[in-house]
Structure formats: C-alpha cells, structure tokens
Design a binder for this molecule. Structure first.
Ligand code: PMP
Length: 424
C-alpha cells in the first residue's frame, strides 16, 4: 500500500493528533456528505466554491419557517417581533464573529459581491473622483475587480494593481510604492480563492493608513478558515459570504467602521432604509438599516447565525489546525503525482490546491474525477487576470473545509492516477 492509499487505522490515529479534532464526527454533521455519487462515496473538494451545510444550519432555517416567519422591523404582532429578534440576534453573532466594536457596523447583504458593490457605489461614489486611484492586487476575484472598474469608469479614477510573485505572494514593497497621495481605497482579498495565499492584512492596513487610504478586505475565503478580528486587522471594511462558511446562499455581511458607514449615502432605495418619506424629501435611516432596503433575507441571516455557532463550537483554531494538517498531507501527496504542478505555494496559505497536470485540460481532469465521485472545480475561478499572470487559461482546484479528511486526498490522488492512465 502506498503512503497515500487509504488506511483507516492510520487516519483514526492521525485525527487524534490534531488536538482531539474528530473529523468523522464533524462529517456526520453534514448529511449531504453521506451520499454516493455514481456508486462511489462522495469526495467533496469544492468548498471554496461553496461549503456544505451542517444539520444545525438546515434546522435553524426550517425552525424559522415553521415557527417564526413574519416580516421584520415593521410589525407589532408576536411573530414579527420574534422574527425581528432572531434577525437582530444573527447580526450580533456576525458582530461577535468578526469582533466588531458595535452591532451597527454589520450590514446584511447578499454576499461578498454585494458588499463590495455597496462600498464602491456609496463610499466610492463620494470619495473617488477623476484622477484618484483605487488599488487592488493581481490575485483578486472578479468581484473585487469589476465593481472598482465600474467605479473608475463612472468617476474617471484609475485602477492600480499590486503585483505578486511566482509563489502567489504579494510583493509588499511594490504594493507600498503604489499607495500614493491619490489612493482613495485599497481593496484586497484576505485569502485568494485560487492560490490559497493568506495576505498580510495588518501590514497592508498599516501601509495604507499611513497614507490616509482606507482598506476593504474581501474575506470570502478567509472567514471559513481563519479567526477574523476586524479590530486587530484594523481594516475599514470587511466582506464575507454565508455560503462559504457553512451558512446558506443569498446572505453575507459587510463590516464597516461606524464613522465611515455613518457618512455614506444609501445604496438602494426602498422600505426599511428610511426614517420618513414625502414626495418632497426622504430622510434616511441610520446604519445598518440605511443599507438594507427592502425585506431582508431573514432565514438566511438566521442560517448564517447558526453557521457561526457551528464554527464557534468546533473552534476556529481547531478547524485551522485540522485543515493545515490535511493541507500538508495533500501537498505531500500531490507532489508524488508525475506531471502535476501546484499553482500557489505561498508560505502562509489555507487549503486551496490549484494545479495543472501535464497538458491535460483541467475540464477533462474534473470530468474524469467526477466519475470517481470526486468533486473539484476547474476553470478560471473568476480570476482571469490571475490566470493570465500565471500564463494559464484554467486550473483544477481542490479546496478543503472543516470536514475534509486525508481519505478525500487519497481519493483525489487515486483519481488523478486514473486521469493520467486515460491520457497516456
Ligand atoms: N471573493 C472571493 C475571494 C471569492 O472566492 C468569492 C466567491 N468565489 C467572492 C469574492 C464572491 O463571493 P459571492 O459569490 O459569495 O458573492
């Protein structure tokens, strides 16, 4: 048996090594993982695209619809009050998760994409003028590129891009040089969805703040893996998506520093974001409600709150230690696959493994693995400029979650052997 073939005894003992983290028990919390695909056990290695949902999240959302559903904020009746309480409790959970100073600093949005568009079209519209600059990096997801491009088109500002090296790490000295007197905002991912790189946000915030530029952090890929503390990071905005962190789709959060949110104009107009409306003049509500026009995704917020509870029960540090152990195992295992090249080898990275295999098209890799029950993602991962940086059109990407195990990696490696056989 090769080092990377499945051996239940060895797995059981290795699990114990990671501070008592019992991955088999964690997996049992996710009903979807128990199924078979084409007669093979499901090996879900696509958590960076969306994570699976634990029973506790599914139950919290069902409970809301079964016993609490009513519109929030506007009702005096029992259910409306209860729904409002549940929705606002979920906001407090996000506040706690991010260690934000105040609950009013948490705006519910559809996800990271909406959070970034919100900042671009409110903060950006007020503060970014012709000749100004917005600084991003070469490893951004399209959702942290296009909203800034749109703002630059509208305002006549210029988008600047901090480069990265071949390992997929930011070139900090070059980033520093790009922060100039016209930089109005630095928008940067905490963790890259393609490379897994963890960016040194605290340092970037120091550099930007020293030149008076606020920092927005795209935390879509960080929130499921890292202990996030917006006060420690010192950032001005932080965006996350519920569905990447074991919560439902259609919900996410934007953290914004209170002074900034208070000075920002509304995003969308409608119900809930107003204090009073007449045909002559509308007075806007205070944050966070100013930015939450219309009936919000109440069940989504409650589901996100349940996901945060779930993460808290497992413990951010325990999850990180477990995922790092599986990542190290995966890196060793993938190094044994002839012709495989990892894209993204930063010293500080999470469990995102992008790779190419000889000249086999990543879609072919993904399709063959799928027949083995192994779910990975292939393509440009909504980061086409990053792909260009590496001279690639696409990669295959296996990504880990709290339920990923060495057995998943063994299945991946066995599947890749099959891919190679088919292309021999
Ligand atoms: N940023 C990063 C780094 C991401 O990985 C993603 C999702 N792939 C997003 C932003 C966008 O998140 P969402 O689609 O949930 O809005």
């Amino acid at each position: 048996m090769s080092e990377f073939e499945h051996s239940p005894q060895r797995h059981a003992s290795q699990v114990e090594l990671v501070s008592g983290y019992d991955v088999e028990r964690v997996r049992q919390a996710f009903p979807i993982l128990a199924q078979r695909i084409y007669g093979k056990p499901l090996v879900y290695l696509d958590s960076a695209a969306t994570s699976q949902k634990p029973q506790a999240v599914i139950d919290a959302m069902s409970r809301f619809f079964l016993a609490e559903n009513a519109n929030v904020h506007r009702g005096v009746h029992y259910l409306s009050v209860r729904a409002t309480e549940a929705y606002e409790q979920a906001r407090a959970k996000v506040q706690g998760f991010l260690n934000a100073e105040r609950v009013e600093e948490i705006v519910f949005v559809r996800g990271t994409t909406e959070a970034i568009n919100l900042v671009a079209q409110t903060y950006g519209k007020v503060h970014v003028q012709a000749g100004d600059e917005v600084l991003i990096s070469a490893m951004e997801h399209h959702s942290n590129i296009v909203p800034w491009q749109m703002l630059c088109e509208q305002s006549g500002a210029r988008l600047r891009v901090a480069p990265i090296d071949d390992a997929g790490e930011l070139l900090l000295d070059q980033l520093e040089r790009l922060i100039g007197p016209r930089t109005r905002l630095v928008a940067i991912s905490h963790v890259s969805n393609v490379l897994g790189t963890v960016n040194p946000i605290r340092r970037i915030v120091e550099l930007a703040h020293a030149r008076g530029a606020p920092v927005l952090v795209d935390g879509a890929q960080a929130a499921p893996h890292l202990q996030v503390d917006v006060r420690e990071l010192g950032c001005d905005f932080y965006a996350l998506s519920g569905h990447k962190m074991y919560g439902p789709t259609g919900i996410g959060a934007l953290y914004g520093r209170r002074e900034l949110l208070e000075a920002m104009p509304p995003y969308q107009g409608g119900g809930d974001m107003i204090l009073s409306v007449s045909f002559e003049k509308t007075l806007y509500n205070k944050p966070p409600y100013r930015f939450e026009a219309g009936t919000p995704n109440m069940a989504g917020a409650i589901g996100l709150g349940a996901a945060i509870d779930f993460l808290g029960e497992l413990g951010a540090q325990a999850i990180a230690a477990h995922e790092q152990a599986v990542l190290a195992y995966a890196q060793r295992a993938l190094a044994t696959v002839p012709g495989l090249r990892l894209i993204g080898t930063a010293a500080d990275k999470v469990g995102v493994l992008s790779f190419v295999l000889d000249d086999i098209h990543p879609h072919d890799i993904g399709t063959i693995l799928d027949r083995e029950g192994v779910a990975i993602r292939t393509g440009h991962h909504c980061a086409q400029p990053l792909m260009q940086r590496f001279g690639l059109a696409a990669t295959a990407r296996a990504s880990l979650g709290c339920y990923s195990s060495e057995r998943d990696i063994d299945a991946l490696v066995a599947g890749l052997a099959r891919v190679r056989e088919m292309f021999r």
